[in-house]
Design a protein around this ligand. Structure first.
Ligand code: 4NP
Length: 152
């Protein structure tokens, strides 16, 4: 099972989602993350994201930002998008229905259709990063349960 988390810059939300989900699924699951922009390509996650993860004993410091590619849509089984702009951008890269079916909004797993987006903490403070961590932690628990139920 291959799971891809996607946000805009791949330095705040999706690296946290990758790090969190990795703690909840077996090692034979491949979990990765990417961004829809290449502006931060090659960079480690934002220092505030690294610190927030470390506060929860998760090390995301070695991750590097990379932009999503069309090959990712073929390679991964599930692609979770952090907000609606990201979702629309990723969907626009899909070349067939099978690829489109893999792509969803992360917040759908929490059944929250009013707050459909994982808020972008980039312009915020440490409280915003912690809030995002809590949202991602809840969502990743549900994703892990769902994947383990359907793929064991
Ligand atoms: P992310 O946050 O999409 O959660 O990684 C952002 C990172 C960078 C920018 C915006 C959001 N930026 O404008 O550079």
């Amino acid at each position: 099972m291959k799971i891809l988390m996607v946000c805009l810059g791949n330095i705040c939300r999706s690296p946290l989602a990758e790090g969190i989900l990795k703690t909840k699924v077996p090692e034979n699951f491949f979990v990765d993350s990417a961004g829809t922009i290449s502006m931060h390509e090659g960079e480690h996650p934002d220092k505030r994201a690294i610190k927030t993860a470390a506060n929860h004993d998760i090390d995301i410091s070695k991750q590097r930002s990379r932009p999503i590619t069309k090959a990712d849509l073929e390679k991964f089984d599930k692609i979770y998008c952090m907000d609606i702009d990201v979702f629309e951008d990723v969907i626009s890269k899909a070349e067939n229905e099978e690829q489109r079916q893999k792509i969803s909004l992360f917040m759908e797993i929490l059944g929250d259709h009013e707050n459909a987006e994982v808020p972008d903490p980039y312009w915020g403070g440490m409280d915003d990063f912690e809030n995002v961590f809590q949202i991602l932690d809840k969502g990743c628990s549900k994703i892990a349960t769902q994947l383990l139920t359907h793929n064991s």
